[in-house]
Design a binder for this molecule. Structure first.
Ligand SMILES: *Cc1c(COP(=O)(O)O)cnc(C)c1O
Length: 472
């Protein structure tokens, strides 16, 4: 027998195929058909570069051409794989900003699909057969729900606040309490938004206490408005004081100013009925005398990302006509989802809005599901127990507001490592870690997701145990 002589790295490098040869190799046609010539060539080049590096690092054998083509296929597939992926939210945080805030109702989803899949009457008046307005789709529902004279929907609440201040207060003074100079997530800071709008910020009071007279004394001939910002993501407790909205509205109107209210979370009905802290609702703000209220479509409202402005017709009209309104307008998918979501409130069926269904879910029901999960996991060899805990409303909605819940606690191996494996699953499962245990809250797991969650957890845990035993 001839002795087997390993090829030298230099020889292997020389023998690497050209890109043209790989395009003609088995799989080459498919690669080009799937990704187009330019991307196919880039993928092959990247694969050849990686192979050269591997050979220099001691790779023993040159991979056959079809393996190189397959590797290029994988490279291109990875490149095009979506990064915006569905996940299972087992954190118990209902309005989870990082996980996309509010899941939509079935009706809202259907409305989005119908509007997005084809042409729609976004700005078309069917009766007249000519151009219409995108303002008709949600605005009449909003005025009905809130009691406002007029409404305007924009891209998100940050845009709503910016538009409100730009259109109404540019080059004028706006008075705001120091206790409300808040930063919402993602670097949205009220003082910076005010600066961006061209309005001049006049701070009054202190972090914990601001009195009506502080506002009154700050009013000058240059003042356009008093701005009230709902501190929706934190709460100042203890020795605190802030005038009621109605008192501020009375003061503003007496002095010929507007009272503008950034309400933030957008509750349309009574939160106290759900065992939550009473949150000022949008109708409350208007009844108290706010001239314009700005709020978010995807916090407590539970709809799509949107910013909503409601208030006096003449002011809303000024907002509508401002050039910035065009730059921050809502798209057809958001309008479709918002109108469907608002329909649930008008029909007095908030239980169709997933956020409210989760908030209202009875503890007994959650406990039963947690018990069932723990039993099913135990049957698959995963040590799990049910423990008491708290869900969070979250998302800058109701600061610190929690709901009692039951959690499934898993203490197999390191919780961090287990959480990482769950995040690496095809449909990632996001849980919470506490005291080196992984906690899963059934409250935020949507109907139909439990089976997949249990399968993923079982695989992540038993895979771990198997590898431990194998000494890997
Ligand atoms: C959330 C929030 C915003 C920003 O709203 P987005 O819809 O996230 O743009 C602005 N103001 C307040 C008080 C908020 O709570």
């Amino acid at each position: 027998m001839e002795p087997v002589v390993a090829p030298s790295p230099a020889a292997m490098l020389r023998e690497l195929p050209s890109i043209d040869r790989l395009l003609r190799a088995p799989g080459g046609d498919e690669l080009r058909a799937a990704f187009g010539r330019t991307l196919a060539i880039e993928a092959l080049r990247a694969t050849l570069d990686a192979t050269r590096a591997a050979i220099r690092d001691g790779l023993a054998e040159r991979p056959p051409d079809y393996d190189l083509v397959a590797a290029a296929h994988e490279w291109a597939t990875d490149l095009l794989a979506p990064t915006l992926r569905p996940v299972i939210n087992a954190t118990g945080i209902i309005v989870h900003t990082n996980l996309g805030r509010a899941p939509l109702s079935e009706a809202a989803l259907a409305a989005v699909a119908a509007a997005a899949a084809g042409y729609a009457t976004l700005e078309y008046d069917l009766a007249a057969g000519r151009r219409g307005s995108r303002a008709v789709h949600a605005e009449h529902l909003l005025t009905r729900l809130t009691g406002a004279e007029a409404a305007l929907v924009v891209n998100n609440n940050a845009a709503a606040v910016l538009l409100m201040l730009t259109a109404l207060c540019r080059d004028a003074e706006v008075i705001i309490s120091r206790g409300q100079l808040v930063e919402i997530g993602g670097g949205f800071r009220i003082p910076e938004v005010l600066a961006q709008s061209g309005a001049k910020l006049v701070e009054v009071g202190t972090t914990n206490r601001t009195h009506l007279r502080d506002y009154a004394e700050a009013i000058t001939a240059q003042t356009a408005a008093i701005l009230v910002v709902h501190t929706s993501n934190y709460r100042v407790v203890g020795f605190t004081s802030q005038p009621e909205l109605a008192e501020l509205a009375a003061l503003a109107h007496e002095r010929g100013l507007w009272l503008l209210f950034d309400q933030g979370s957008g509750a349309l009905h009574d939160t106290a009925a759900y065992g939550l802290a009473p949150e000022p609702s949008v109708p409350d703000g208007l009844r108290a005398g706010a001239d314009v209220v700005a709020f978010s479509g995807d916090k407590l409202l539970g709809g799509p990302q949107a910013g909503i402005l409601v208030g006096h017709a003449n002011l809303v009209q000024r907002l509508q006509r401002h050039p910035l309104a065009r730059a921050v307008r809502a798209d057809k998918m958001a309008l479709a989802a918002l109108a469907a979501t608002l329909g649930h409130y008008l029909a007095d069926q908030p239980q169709h809005v997933p956020v409210w269904r989760m908030i209202a879910r009875p503890l007994d029901d959650i406990a039963a599901e947690a018990g069932s999960w723990a039993a099913q996991l135990a049957a698959r060899g995963v040590p799990a127990e049910v423990v008491a805990g708290e869900s969070l409303v979250g998302g800058g909605s109701l600061p610190g507001e929690t709901l009692p819940t039951r959690l499934v606690a898993i203490s197999a191996g390191g919780a961090e490592a287990l959480a990482a494996r769950l995040r690496a699953a095809a449909v990632p499962v996001i849980g919470r870690i506490q005291d080196d245990r992984l906690l899963l809250d059934p409250r935020t797991v949507l109907p139909g997701q439990a089976e997949q969650l249990l399968e993923t957890v079982a695989r992540a845990v038993t895979g771990h145990i198997f590898r431990d035993h194998a000494g890997l």
